[in-house]
Design a protein around this ligand. Structure first.
Ligand SMILES: Cc1cc2nc3c(=O)[nH]c(=O)nc-3n(C[C@H](O)[C@H](O)[C@H](O)COP(=O)(O)OP(=O)(O)OC[C@H]3O[C@@H](n4cnc5c(N)ncnc54)[C@H](O)[C@@H]3O)c2cc1C
Length: 418
């Protein structure tokens, strides 16, 4: 039997593009990604075959504008279709997010920003080549920003530097947890531009550069044997005196910083994988308790009141999470107000924490035979635990931001004047 959509197009009022892309993603992921997911997880292996499928089905360019050969999906459309992928393979959905971000930042989000005609012309010229590589060559982009310090939380300038030189930049630095490392064709790295080696680093000078994986000075180090999201291959990237030409900029100088400030909902793009996992853990439980789980004896367990109550709790949590998430991605827009931001952080927190809560309830409710590695539930549980750790909006930082925003108005402080 085919799975129902996570968001029914009629009930959730989806556009025809949203409905079409969600259907395509769900059918592809159910048929091809679900059977491969256990293997990627077991061996901590990158889902290369899934990326070939994504390219062949046209989904690799989902957020590339139509005039450049893509589907022109906006933030909400992307989030909805990616949640359908997360349902069948969390690691594919999470790495797909890193790839798609390189298109979202440079298209819908950047397009709405005020800029000089010359800056817009530069953006158009650099992104044309970037989109061509994806559509024609099936190129994959990573999104390494984490460095193990406060930069990934948006609190200080990136320690990876791009020193201006004739015709380009010399990049030096280290990125940790770089998903797709060793498998992406380009690393869409966030760096701080320096005019001279003595320039004081500033977040305003953040550069977003596409560093070819084959460039001299790029290396991948460290092993990757984590609890969950094992197929993401999030190893450490080293850039040592890597020269990249002017054409490597994914966004002209200053535009990334401006776009990140204007479009904070962009940081929610890490959630669809976990929205999908929450749905998958719930679906698993219903199928299992009904005695319909392929590969297990047809034993029904649904008649016990404790099971019914647990499923009700899971469904309540799933519905709350879906509704809040849907509202937040629907109201995402440039320069959102404070209420909208509090809701976005609340939605982020809820998806990341509830996915894990639903998965752990699923294990308790289905019982011992359901957590064997031959079934997907224990992987959903391990993968779901990783969501709360994703900077810049970790579950902890969301709590910090919600609490502060609720109690303080802009510029308010408890410091007494001296
Ligand atoms: C499966 C997986 C895939 C990932 N993929 C990528 C990727 O592709 N690209 C990428 O750039 N990163 C990626 N990350 C990294 C992720 O976004 C975080 O940077 C990383 O998990 C944080 O590592 P840490 O715990 O060492 O951070 P730390 O900096 O040690 O922070 C620990 C915790 O302290 C809190 N904290 C951090 N800074 C502050 C602060 N300034 N104020 C208050 N609290 C703070 C946060 O809650 C944080 O979770 C991935 C992580 C995982 C688990």
């Amino acid at each position: 039997m085919k799975d129902e959509p996570i968001f029914d197009p009629g009930q959730w009022n989806l556009t025809s593009l949203q409905s079409e892309l969600c259907t395509r993603a769900r059918e592809l992921a159910a048929a091809n990604f679900a059977p491969r997911a256990a293997g990627y997880d077991k061996d901590a292996r990158f889902p290369t075959e899934n990326y070939v499928d994504l390219h062949n089905s046209g989904l690799l360019g989902v957020c590339i504008p139509t005039q450049h050969g893509g589907h022109g999906a906006d933030l909400k459309t992307y989030m909805l279709m990616a949640s359908e992928i997360g349902r069948y393979c969390g690691a594919t959905a999470l790495t797909f997010n890193m790839h798609v971000s390189s298109c979202l930042w440079t298209s819908t989000l950047a397009d709405g920003i005020e800029m000089e005609p010359q800056v817009r012309a530069t953006l158009e010229s650099v992104r044309t080549e970037h989109y061509r590589r994806i559509i024609e060559d099936g190129a994959i982009y990573a999104q390494p920003f984490s460095e193990g310090g406060a930069a990934a939380a948006g609190k200080k300038a990136f320690g990876t530097t791009a020193l201006r030189t004739d015709g380009g930049w010399i990049v030096n630095g280290k990125k940790i947890f770089a998903s797709l490392s060793g498998h992406a064709n380009y690393y869409g790295a966030l760096c701080t531009e320096l005019e001279t080696p003595d320039t004081r680093p500033s977040r305003r000078n953040t550069m977003y550069l596409a560093i070819p994986a084959t460039a001299d000075g790029v290396s991948v180090t460290g092993d990757w044997d984590p609890l969950g999201m094992r197929g993401t291959i999030s190893r450490t990237l080293i850039f040592e005196n890597v020269f990249v030409p002017d054409s490597a900029q994914l966004m002209p100088r200053g535009l990334y910083y401006q776009t990140a400030r204007t479009w904070p909902h962009m940081f929610m793009t890490l959630t669809p994988s976990y929205m999908g996992i929450a749905q998958a853990a719930y679906d698993f439980t219903v199928q299992y308790l009904r005695g319909e789980m392929p590969g297990t004896p047809p034993v029904k367990r649904r008649m016990y009141p404790t099971k019914q109550i647990a499923v009700a709790q899971m469904r309540i949590m799933l519905e709350q999470t879906k509704a809040l998430w849907f509202q937040s991605i629907t109201e995402a827009r440039p320069n959102p107000g404070k209420d909208s931001m509090i809701r976005a952080w609340t939605a982020q927190y809820s998806v990341m924490e509830n996915a894990n809560e639903i998965a752990q309830l699923a294990i308790r409710t289905c019982g011992g035979q359901a957590m064997l590695r031959s079934l997907s539930l224990e992987r959903l549980y391990r993968d779901s635990r990783c969501g709360a750790l994703m900077l810049p909006w970790t579950a902890e930082l969301c709590l910090d931001m919600i609490g502060k925003a609720a109690l303080y108005e802009d510029g308010e402080s408890d410091e007494q004047p001296a």
